[in-house]
Design a binder for this molecule. Structure first.
Ligand SMILES: Cc1cc2nc3c(=O)[nH]c(=O)nc-3n(C[C@H](O)[C@H](O)[C@H](O)COP(=O)(O)O)c2cc1C
Length: 135
């Protein structure tokens, strides 16, 4: 949902965007992209959800895939502010990718609960709009 909203903002202005869902096990090559916008929800006391964790651990186990120096990056994801570690997957993603040399374009987008509320849709659109000149 959040990814689709970001996709719409970026493509409406003419950017080429590929959406990939790790649960469908796509063969990703981050090197092929100018910018990486990575989304993950938070589970289990502030962890990146297990599907994304498994995917990234496997992906980065190939040293060739860790060469991301200078690649543009931003993170987004859903969580719930009733949990102590609200959307902690986002700083964890930033930390993980920063280790491989990405350039973090702007603070990650933290969506509380339902991404489809008017407020959250607006927040997502604003976040994607701010990203545009940085891409
Ligand atoms: C067992 C469990 C643990 C969760 N832990 C957190 C958490 O630590 N921090 C947070 O912000 N949200 C937490 N959440 C809320 C989820 O991130 C939120 O419901 C999110 O929308 C789930 O998205 P998904 O179904 O796409 O993974 C948790 C939810 C469950 C069910």
């Amino acid at each position: 949902m959040v990814a689709q909203t970001i996709y719409k903002v970026l493509t409406d202005i003419g950017k080429t965007v590929d959406i990939k869902n790790v649960s469908e096990n796509p063969e990703l090559h981050f090197q092929d992209y100018d910018a990486l916008l990575i989304g993950a929800s938070t589970w289990d006391e502030g962890l990146i959800n297990y599907l994304m964790t498994d995917y990234l651990v496997s992906y980065f186990s190939n040293p060739e895939n860790t060469m991301l120096t200078g690649k543009k990056f931003a993170a987004f994801g859903c969580g719930e502010s009733t949990y102590e570690h609200f959307c902690d997957a986002i700083p964890k993603l930033e930390e993980m990718f920063a280790k491989y040399g990405v350039q973090i374009l702007q603070p990650g987008l933290k969506i509380d609960f339902d991404p489809q509320t008017e407020e959250n849709l607006k927040m997502t659109e604003e976040w994607a709009t701010k990203l545009l000149p940085l891409l």
